[in-house]
Design a protein around this ligand. Structure first.
Ligand code: RRO
Length: 313
């Protein structure tokens, strides 16, 4: 029987499977990172890191219901040195994406310079879309001036494959403009999308919000956001240079979801909410389901349908 190949490439980095974790989902502590190394995920993405350790926002700060999740974690992480030390001491068996989320341009440059010195890091995913820093900072991905300035400077010193994680956009012109900024630089990939910011989930019985920070408002993830994430992937795919890979993220819980993302132009996908719900065995399940779906459709490689979404004329 012909082998079904779900390997992929992100900016010339080879992944044995196109399915990985989303930053933030069970990738913060030593135990969680070790589990990911031991799993069948195609790559490991770390929790976004800052210069110093952060405890994050007050709990409860994560809640999920049948079709979605809401979070206001507040960037809890163990600080960049923890992630670097972890990666230095471990035997690395898959590509490592270090997620970085500095509070300023200056802090992002500092963290990127540090990460450039570490050979075990395959690529940097710069998080320009954290929605949950209460009263402190804007979502950088919505400030086109910030993104232009960041990209203009970062490639003066950065030597690693570098991508940016973007917030969801809801106007085509925003995606067009962001793509034209990105197209000017030697960026390796984009990840879209981060959670949809400023959502609110209400418990009708207790007549209350469900998370504590920011009066209950937070980033929405899970199944409910998939159509918005797919539209961002599809539109970026049509506007970006073809050598820039897209990693799709948002609402993946089945092999068929992975298929839909690739059809819209993603070269790989990240799983967040469903990974938190289901645990590390999700990577085996999604791989199996994707392969079964491809077999039914008579596809033997993701290359054969990547970006081939049909229009109705
Ligand atoms: O830690 C968080 O609150 C958080 C981050 Br950094 C992010 O990028 N996206 C998100 O939904 N939560």
């Amino acid at each position: 029987m012909k082998k079904i190949d779900i390997s992929t490439k992100i900016n010339n980095i080879k992944l044995s499977s196109c399915i990985m974790n989303a930053s933030g989902a069970l990738c913060r502590t030593e135990k969680e990172l070790s589990n990911l190394l031991d799993s069948s995920s195609g790559a490991l993405v770390t929790k976004s890191c800052t210069t110093n350790l952060r405890d994050g926002n007050k709990k409860p700060r994560y809640f999920e219901w049948n079709i979605g999740s809401i979070n206001s974690m507040g960037l809890p992480n163990l600080g960049i040195d923890f992630y670097i030390d972890f990666l230095k001491k471990k035997k690395i068996n898959k590509p490592i994406f270090l997620s970085i989320s500095g509070f300023s341009l200056k802090e992002n440059y500092f963290l990127i310079k540090k990460a450039n010195l570490i050979s075990n890091i395959s690529a940097l995913e710069i998080n320009l879309s954290c929605p949950n820093i209460v009263n402190k900072r804007e979502i950088f991905g919505y400030n086109f001036f910030y993104v232009s300035k960041f990209l203009k400077n970062v490639f003066k010193f950065n030597k690693k494959p570098l991508g940016i994680k973007l917030p969801p956009y809801f106007n085509e012109i925003h995606i067009k403009n962001m793509a034209s900024i990105i197209n000017r630089y030697p960026i390796g990939f984009i990840t879209c999308v981060n959670s949809i910011p400023n959502g609110l989930y209400v418990n009708s019985y207790t007549e209350s919000v469900v998370i504590s920070p920011n009066n209950g408002f937070g980033g929405i993830g899970g199944k409910i956001i998939k159509p918005f994430a797919l539209s961002n992937v599809s539109k970026f795919f049509s506007f970006l240079r073809k050598d820039i890979s897209i990693i799709g993220c948002g609402g993946i819980s089945s092999g068929q979801d992975v298929f839909d993302y690739i059809l819209c132009g993603a070269s790989a996908v990240q799983v967040g909410t469903q990974f938190i719900k289901e645990g590390i065995s999700i990577f085996d399940r999604l791989k199996k389901e994707l392969k079964e779906f491809l077999k039914k459709k008579n596809y033997f490689s993701i290359k054969h349908f990547l970006g081939n979404l049909k229009k109705i004329c």
